[in-house]
Ligand binder design. Sequence first.
Ligand code: PHE
Length: 486
Amino acid sequence: MTKTEQPRTQWLGRWGFVLAATGSAVGLGNVWKFPYMTGEYGGGAFVLVYLVCILAVGVPVMMTEILLGRRGRGSPIDAIGRMASESGRSPAWSVLGWMAMLCGFLILSFYVVVAGWSFAYLWKMLSGGLAGSSVDDMASIFAANNANPWSLGAWSSLVAVATMLIVGKGVQSGIEKSVSWMMPGMVIMLVIMIGYGAFSGGFGEALTFLFAFNANSLSSEGMLAAMGHAFFTLSLASGAILTYGSYLPRQASIARTTLTVALADTLVALMAGLAIFPVIFANGLEPGSGPGLIFMSLPLAFQAMPLGTLFGILFFVMLSMAALTSSISMVEATVSWLTDNKGLSRRSAAWGTGIVLWLISTMAMLSFNVGAEWTLLGKHFFDWLDFLTSRLMMPLGGLGMALMAGFVLNRASLREELGLSPTAHGLWLFMVRYVSPLGIVVIFVDALGWFDIDFADHWPWLVLLLAAMTLLGELLRPGMKEAPSD
Ligand code: PHE
């Protein structure tokens, strides 16, 4: 099927995979989305549910993806196809790979627009274009920024070009090299921002907001949003982690690396909260102000603080770097597939992908101005891309991969690849067979909006359902004989 007989590239450094995968995971999702979602869904209780979702669904699915990538030695389509054949199953499973690759690509085509906002705001910070004295002023600056297709298009094209430049350079000298300075740089900037927040007067309030558990603020919608966000923030089911996993050396432990990446991603999200909320509270701004939170409230707050411009610049540099280390991971699956199967050089694969990306992302960008009226079923193109990927393709892909690992693949290969103790292996299997699928089906059903079920109120039923599924699943599991593990 493919002609990749030569050994696959591997990360150069010991930390190559962890840095690149953390770079992928840490992005706009952590610094832009997580804080505003926490603000909207009421703080500590949301944070707790999010942490549970990361552990119960995110970690097992991420382990599965890395396993598929490393053992299948390729981009999602090739790796999943090979894994299925290795277990004597139909190569049609590789449809999961096609979906993941497409999903990463589609995410990128709207992600570059949001990342473009970050670059545009960095420029505004540098050039003093963010002068205004009220939230309304900031809202009109935000609106004006989106209203001009030429400048908005230029910023998102810049992100697309930067992404393709890095990816075109290769796994080691492009991706690995860039993340190895951007990631530490980002963390240093975040720590400086937290340090500043600690003295800005709103730190105590921010701590309470993020970590005080108040069960009353826990809505069913918040729980579902937490689950969906766990997928997005860990870059799952979009080809990114799977393809990065295909460059992971054999001797690295999949479980340990996964836990490191998930922990780092979670810490950065919490740190972003600790950097942003003190500023919001100290300036009497509204934490639940939605997607515009960091673009409208923060610049206002930065103006009121001593050295605010400097911190504002730091903040938007950090956000732009976080976005870039994520965007490069979204096309790696496509670029890797093209170079492995179509005989293209990396550079041509990257630029070819870039041109298609540019066309789609331009359509997405136009949703904010000239194309605001071009809607289908009430959503414009940008919202469709977001909906199709985060609400449908990611949960479906994650479900498929979890079930594939849980029920379809040869158990001896899984055991060999993960190299876990029997108890830890059993726990992972239980997660990918029952816990993760149930969790995913719950978000999925909610996203479709066909039923009006309040899952938060009915959680004991979910526990019962999990128990019943486990019992049935273990009794009726298709008679997969244990292959001798020599
Ligand atoms: N995890 C990234 C973020 O939090 C988004 C992402 C999704 C990256 C899918 C790669 C693939 O911003």
